[in-house]
Structures are given as structure tokens and as C-alpha cells.
Design a protein around this ligand. Structure first.
Ligand code: NAP
Length: 233
């Protein structure tokens, strides 16, 4: 049983076992007033993210966001532990840079199931919990610059991120009056495993992006609707 501090806020971060998700977890944890709930498939990676975190303020939740039943169970556990969700960051995602000829059904389905369905499932379950309180809540979506610039060999990835953007733009209107604010963040190239696996060019610092997201997610009277974060070069 955790000894919960009632004044703490609770943030849920998907894809928190690496890259941007790990930096976001660190940033919000370091702020001192957040309980951080870390979602990802690989338990070991989540535990590495949380290695130096106080267990009272942290939950590692191994979960494949493509599986709706698993997502439901995970959010029920968050609700039982911390009662409320103040911020959900839909960060988990996968990327494949492929020409359409090589984008087979399996690739397409996996990208859509992870990026789009996974975001839908997490958001739907977070909203069940968010709906219970009148305080200010936020949903932050990590999209990509692909939703603003047309880039070749990215049809599946682009479709998945455009779908999230469409879903969130509609949901934002649906939630008017509920004190829930939705931000779409579109980074360019982030220096994480996702990009470095196959490319040599250096990208944006995930730490820097986490700083910016923290800043825009914690302002008292302002929320960011759509933000692009582009590399300086
Ligand atoms: N890197 C870039 O250049 C770039 C640019 C623009 C936008 N983005 C976006 O930024 C976000 C974070 O990516 P990143 O760059 O930090 O890459 P990353 O290090 O590969 O992080 C992606 C995370 O998503 C998790 N994940 C993947 N499939 C999952 C599933 N089915 N269920 C639960 N978790 C899953 C992974 O953990 P497990 O494998 O343990 O599940 C991993 O921790 C993504 O949405 C990506 O599209 C990245």
C-alpha cells in the first residue's frame, strides 16, 4: 500500500521506458509534486527509468497499449493507487521509414495499432478517471512534424499520427467545459533510439523537448493547442 501525499498530482506517461518518455518521467518526477505512472511493454526498461525514484511516487506498469483489456487493467490500477490523473502524455509510438511497396499489411497494422489504437485506448481509459474530478486536467499527444510537412516513405507513420491529430481535435471540442485541455506536440527529429537506429544525423535533445513539454503542461492559465518543435541547424 502506498503512502499517498494528497497534494501530489498524477501523471501517466506511455512509452516511458526509453527516449523522450524516459526524459519526461525524470522531469516530472524531479519537479517534486508529481506521482509518475510509467507505461511500456518492457518491465526492465520501466524499472531502469524509475531506478532512483521513490516508490511512493512511482508506478511501473508493463502494458502493451495495443491490447485494450491490458490498458483497462492498467488504468484501473492507477485509479486504485492515486485516485486521479492530472496529465496523460500519449508518447508511446513506433516508426518505420518504408516505401509503400515494402509497407505490407503487418507493418501497417502494427503502426496503426500502436500509435493510433494505443492512443485511443489510453485516452479513453484516462478520461474515465479524469471525468471524476473537476480540477484542471491535460492530455498531451506526441505527434510528429510529419503532420505538417509532407515527407516521403512515411505513409503508415504519417497516417497514424494524422489520425491521432484528427481524433484529438474532435475530442478537444467534445470536452469543452470539462476542464480538460488537449495539446498536440509535433517534434522534428529527436535523438532517441527510434531515430538513431537507422540514421546518422543528429536530432533534437529529448531532454530539451521534455523541458518544453513540462513547461507548457504546468502553466496556470494557459495551455498549448498545437506546437511544432523544430531542430536548429
Ligand atoms: N525520435 C524521433 O525522431 C521522433 C520525432 C517525432 C516524434 N516522435 C515521437 O516521439 C514519441 C517517443 O518516441 P522516442 O523517439 O522516444 O522513441 P523510443 O525511444 O523508441 O520510445 C518509444 C516508446 O514507446 C514504447 N512502446 C512502443 N510500442 C508500445 C506498445 N505497444 N505498448 C506500450 N509501449 C510501447 C516503447 O517501449 P517498449 O518497447 O518497452 O514497449 C518505447 O519506450 C513517439 O510517439 C514518436 O513517434 C519521435
Amino acid at each position: 500500500m502506498k503512502n499517498i501525499k494528497n497534494h501530489n498530482k498524477t501523471i501517466v506517461i506511455t512509452g516511458a521506458g526509453s527516449g523522450l518518455g524516459r526524459e519526461l518521467a525524470q522531469k516530472f518526477y524531479d519537479a517534486g509534486n508529481f506521482n509518475v505512472c510509467l507505461i511500456g511493454r518492457d518491465k526492465k526498461k520501466l524499472e531502469e527509468t524509475a531506478e532512483a525514484f521513490d516508490s511512493e511516487r512511482c508506478l511501473c506498469l508493463p502494458c502493451d497499449i495495443r491490447n485494450y483489456e491490458a490498458v483497462k487493467k492498467t488504468f484501473k490500477k492507477i485509479s486504485r493507487t492515486y485516485k486521479q490523473i492530472d496529465i496523460l502524455i500519449n508518447n508511446a509510438g513506433i516508426f518505420e521509414m518504408l516505401p509503400i511497396k515494402k509497407t505490407n499489411q503487418k507493418v501497417w497494422e502494427n503502426i496503426m495499432k500502436t500509435n493510433t489504437f494505443g492512443t485511443f485506448y489510453s485516452t479513453k481509459e484516462a478520461l474515465v478517471i479524469m471525468d471524476k474530478s473537476k480540477s484542471k486536467k491535460r492530455i498531451i499527444n506526441i505527434l510528429s512534424i510529419i503532420t505538417e510537412r509532407n515527407l516521403p516513405f512515411n505513409s503508415a507513420y504519417a497516417a497514424s499520427k494524422y489520425a491521432i491529430k484528427g481524433m484529438m481535435n474532435s475530442l478537444r471540442e467534445e470536452l469543452v467545459g470539462k476542464n480538460i485541455y488537449i495539446s498536440n506536440i509535433s517534434p522534428g527529429i529527436i535523438d532517441t533510439g527510434m531515430w538513431n537506429k537507422k540514421n546518422k544525423t543528429k536530432g533534437q535533445s529529448p531532454k530539451e523537448i521534455a523541458e518544453i513539454i513540462y513547461h507548457i503542461s504546468t502553466q496556470e492559465t494557459t495551455y498549448a493547442k498545437d506546437i511544432s518543435l523544430l531542430p536548429i541547424n
